[in-house]
Design a protein around this ligand. Structure first.
Ligand code: 13P
Length: 251
C-alpha cells in the first residue's frame, strides 16, 4: 500500500561536474528498478544540471533545504518556488541543519507548509541525539519533533508528506539502528503521534523512512520491517553500486 521510497542525501558533496559524472554512473542501475520511488538530492548549485540529466527518467530530484518566504531580503536563502522549478522533493529539518544552522521545530513547521504550498513533497527529518537516547528521552524528542514540525497541517497536506526517522547517533557513524529498534520508533512513537493528529487511516498511509548508516549490506533487513518504507541515505548514496543495491533491496 505504501510505495517504497529511497532518497539519496548528497549533503555538501559534489560540484556540478562531479554531479554529472555520478548521475551518469548510477542512472542505468537506478532506472532498471521498478516499483520503488527513487530520489537524489544533490547540492543546490548542481540541481539544474541534474534536472537536465534526469529529464525523461523516473528518478526524482530533491533539494536539501529551503526558506519559507516566497521572496525578499534573505541573503543566501532559496525560496520554495525556486526549488519547485527544478525539484519535486525537499528535505526539511535534517539534524545537521538543526545542529549547525539553528533549525527548530518552529522553522521546520514553516518550511513544511511553504514546501507544500509550492507543490513540493517534503521529506521531514526527526531523530534523537545519543544523549537523548541514553537518557531514555527518544519518545519525548521524536514525538515532540513530529507533533511540532507537522503542527496545523490538514489531512490532505499531511498525505503528501514523507517522514524520515534519523537517529543522530546513527548518522555517518557506521552504527545503524537495529531494524527492530528503528521499526519500534516508527510503530510506537511516530505513527501513534500521527494517529492523534490526523487519524488512524492517515497514520498508516504516511511513508516513514529510516536514515543513519544505511548500507547495501543492512538495507534489506531494515526494509523487511513492517513500518519502514524506505531510506534516506547519506554516504552510501554517493557510491553508485551501493546506492543501486539499496534501491533494489526496497523492491
Ligand atoms: P549516512 O547514511 O551517511 O549515515 O547519513 C544519513 C543521513 O543523514 C541522510 O540524511
Amino acid at each position: 500500500m505504501r510505495k517504497p521510497l529511497i532518497a539519496g542525501n548528497w549533503k555538501m558533496n559534489k560540484t556540478i561536474a562531479q554531479t554529472r559524472a555520478l548521475i551518469a554512473e548510477m542512472l542505468p542501475g537506478l532506472t532498471a528498478v521498478e516499483g520503488v520511488e527513487k530520489v537524489i538530492c544533490p547540492p543546490y548549485l548542481a540541481l539544474a544540471s541534474a534536472r537536465e540529466m534526469l529529464e525523461g527518467t523516473d528518478i526524482g530530484l530533491g533539494a536539501q533545504n529551503l526558506h519559507w518566504e516566497a521572496s525578499g531580503a534573505f541573503t543566501g536563502e532559496v525560496a520554495p518556488q525556486m526549488v519547485a522549478e527544478l525539484c519535486a522533493y525537499v528535505i526539511i529539518g535534517h539534524s545537521e541543519r538543526r545542529t549547525y544552522f539553528g533549525e527548530t521545530d518552529a522553522s521546520v513547521n514553516k518550511k513544511v507548509k511553504a514546501a507544500l504550498a509550492a507543490g513540493l513533497t517534503p521529506i521531514v527529518c526527526v531523530g534523537e541525539t545519543l544523549a537523548e537516547n541514553e537518557a531514555g528521552r527518544t519518545a519525548e524528542v521524536v514525538g515532540g519533533q513530529t507533533r511540532e514540525g507537522l503542527k496545523d497541517l490538514t489531512v490532505d497536506q499531511m498525505s503528501k508528506v514523507v517522514i524520515a526517522y534519523e537517529p543522530v547517533w546513527a548518522i555517518g557513524t557506521g552504527r545503524a539502528a537495529t531494524s527492530e529498534g528503528a521499526n519500534a520508533v516508527l510503530a510506537d512513537i511516530i505513527r501513534p503521534a500521527l494517529k492523534d493528529m490526523f487519524g488512524a487511516e492517515l497514520s498508516q498511509a504516511v511513508r516513514i523512512l529510516y536514515g543513519g548508516s544505511v548500507t547495501a549490506a543492512n538495507a534489506a533487513e531494515l526494509f523487511a520491517q513492517p513500518d519502514i518504507d524506505g531510506a534516506l541515505v547519506g554516504g552510501a548514496s554517493l557510491k553508485p553500486a551501493d546506492f543501486v543495491k539499496i534501491v533494489e533491496a526496497a523492491k
